[in-house]
Design a protein around this ligand. Sequence first.
Ligand code: CP3
Length: 364
Amino acid sequence: MAGDSANKTGTDLKNDRYLRALMKQPVDVTPVWMMRQAGRYLPEYKQTRAVAGDFMALCKNTELATEVTLQPLRRFPLDAAILFSDILTIPDAMGLGLYFETGEGPKFKRPVQSRADVEKLGVPDPEHELQYVMNAVRSIRKALNGDVPLIGFSGSPWTLATYMVEGGSSKAFTKIKKMAFADPAALHTLLDKLADAVILYLNAQIAAGAQSVMVFDTWGGVLSPRDYKLFSLQYMHKIVDGLTRENEGRKVPVTLFTKNGGMWLESIAATGCDAVGLDWTIDIADARKRVGDKVALQGNMDPSMLYAQPARIQQEVSDILAGYGYGSGHVFNLGHGIHLDVPPENAGVFVEAVHHLSKPYHQK
Ligand code: CP3
């Protein structure tokens, strides 16, 4: 499989089954990676983060960001690496002052509170304010040495806006919804600026070496169907339209993931993305019936299943593989990020199970 894609552009990959599955091309086994695969469930991550100081210092240190990206790949036979960074780098580059309070998640020193705040925001230049991210992409690509593809990513405009307006994580989303319903023009201005920023940011990641990109819409699922289209999907559609779709002689597949967005699958697939990420609240068999050949699917095991005994994890993997059925077009993943208290061995059981149990679904 590696041989037939070898060429002179430097894009030959030893393992390209993740990219092939996103393009629905034949694979030997179902590819797998894990959302948040680099992180605190790994003792080696905690060690490197302690060396860096805090989380943002780790993201900004090219060498250490490269190191933590590779850590999960040394432990498990994963089929893709994901850039070590965060979705909140864009709002930080817009001047909001991102910081992390231990145990409380992300916060902004200067949240967006009014239309005037929205109007003051500029669109960051990725090779200037966000150059540390591009440096990490270039360094990780080099360190991967063609073993597996590198995934770049960004938050969706709506999800970024929730953090920027709420000032951090939220449960009820009252501040952003107040803006959405009481001053929609202000929110649309913000979302449009963010869409422009995300397009520049992802295209810069692609130019720096990201071989596929994913947009995380963690909070689109808190909206009504009409408001989801208006405030989230519309802007992801704009992003899909603005992205570089080919680089280094290869297609650059785009995955859109709206957590809790299973009921909107057809509309997400209609944006022209290559793949749709699924959380665990939808049956992947139904999802495949609904999207047909239009897009590939990524997902969708409940990350809490990794607390179970190996046999239970293997059973769940087997059921999800059977649900998707025969042929390519499935990238196995968790339906959301891996939990920080999961035993790393269980992640290993999961990854091995996907490769082992998926073989029969890919025989010619
Ligand atoms: O391995 C990977 O997946 C790559 C790195 C990655 C991180 N964040 C590192 C991180 C990715 C892809 C993200 C995406 C991200 N960040 C999302 C979208 C996906 C999702 O989980 O819904 C969101 C909403 C964020 C915002 C964010 N960053 C939150 C809410 C938190 C705090 C929660 C937590 O886990 O503590 C972060 C911090 C963060 N981003 C950590 C990591 C490894 C933990 C920071 C630490 O080391 O203390």
